[in-house]
Design a protein around this ligand. Structure first.
Ligand code: ATP
Length: 132
């Protein structure tokens, strides 16, 4: 059976590279499932849980934006940040969530509101992925 090499890179350096059967991720315009021999594609990624499937196992990564590049035998994710569940600091994410919620409750200008919404989304994604 054909596989996909998946490579994940952030500004801090490479996060992982391994082979999988399927990649499922959230692009900005919806959920994408990538199997080997997919047509070449570049798509902007949303903040979300990237699921990497091999047999009955699924690895998870908390990914914060960036781009997905698909070639028939390779998927490259270039993300602003990407953490494996074991690398997520749950206390830090809980604090980030609380800070963002407080900012959203206070009356701030539009830009700060958008920033707080994104910070909340990142924190909630990390808390969700940390459970795997
Ligand atoms: P914080 O307010 O806690 O910094 P943030 O969402 O603003 O959270 P980012 O700007 O997305 O943080 O990430 C900055 C760096 O910190 C990245 O390298 C990211 O992987 C890392 N990081 C952020 N939050 C966590 C966390 N809870 N656990 C592990 N690494 C984290």
């Amino acid at each position: 059976m054909k596989t996909l090499t998946v490579s994940v890179v952030t500004p801090d350096g490479p996060v992982m590279e391994d082979t999988y059967d399927m990649v499922v991720c959230r692009a900005e315009n919806g959920e994408l499932g990538i199997l080997p021999e997919h047509i070449p594609l570049v798509a902007p990624l949303d903040i979300g849980d990237v699921r990497l499937k091999r047999g009955n196992d699924t690895d998870h990564l908390a990914v914060n934006g960036g781009f997905l590049e698909v070639r028939p035998d390779k998927v490259t994710i270039l993300a602003q940040s990407a953490e494996k569940p074991s690398d997520i600091d749950v206390t830090r994410a809980e604090h980030a969530k609380e800070r963002a919620e407080q900012r959203l409750q206070s009356h701030q200008d539009h830009i700060d509101f958008q920033r707080a919404e994104l910070a909340l989304k990142r924190a909630m994604n990390r808390l969700n992925v940390s459970k795997f």
